[in-house]
Design a protein around this ligand. Sequence first.
Ligand code: ISE
Length: 327
Amino acid sequence: MSLAVGVIGAGVMGAEHARILRENVSGAHLAAICDADPARAAAAGPGARFFADPHALIASDAVAAVVIASPDATHAEFTLAAIRLGKPVLCEKPIAAEAAAGLGVVEAEAALGRRLVQLGFMRRFDAAYGEMRRARQDGSIGAIRLLHNIHRNRAAPGWFTGAMALTNSFVHEIDISRWLLGSEMVAAQIFPAAGGGPLMIVMRTEKGEIVSTEVNVNAGYGYHVHAELVGSQGTIEMAAPARTLCNLAGARSFAFPPDWIPRFAQAYRTQTQAWVDAIAAGTSAGASAWDGYVTTVIAERLVAALDAGQTVEIALPPRPALYAEAA
Ligand code: ISE
């Protein structure tokens, strides 16, 4: 039986989720779509049932599972509504705009005793990150010492506030670094460059690994994500983010994509398929609500530390048994 999915939000990510459900996923279909703008919703979900009210979509009998791709501040509210109705959710990151709201989601799911929430940390489904994680697991580059991350966006949209470089962008590196290393972060320090950005963040893990990240939301030239894992015997890093090279006018070059969708197209598709398959199998996949909460706690602590430049110690509440396995 095909899973009837309702998508909340028809902006850049909502439209992409709707397209993936219509074109790239087996075992599920786009049943409903919700957006404040009916024309935008119709363009993203031709033939899907339109809802103006997200809560009506979540409650509808025509919807068995929900993708949340609305503005960050609404994620926790809609996820909680789905948990109350026992409906599985694929929620775009972050889990919430504030850590306290993220904890509310974790507590609701832990009280239910069953994982219904998958966080949209799609990088876990990216082939390059997967190879890097396997290199750590099989010990091929020796003991892991460092991880260097680069996260550059071409240009931040007008509505992107300063704190969102941490709460909306850097949460990806928090999650992927925990997942790559299999370690929890225990301390972090942030250094804004002159003028307020780019940001340089250094984190330390419980095992003493160091994670450096440049977050640059206005890099100018394109979308560019890079990572290099440094071990005691060697390193493993991402290759150029391109399938082809162009030889022209005395130079060899490749193009950077304008945003994250082309770079992570395969990861988004694999993520959605894993979500659908896990629902059918009664299991769970990808990042959990707990993983989402942890990233939001760290991002929030760093927002508070931005001006002070102090080292932030990271303290988390006990991990509920539901999330016993490591990230
Ligand atoms: C955006 O919301 C995403 O999730 C992208 O993957 C990320 O690279 C970008 O910085 C975020 O703003």
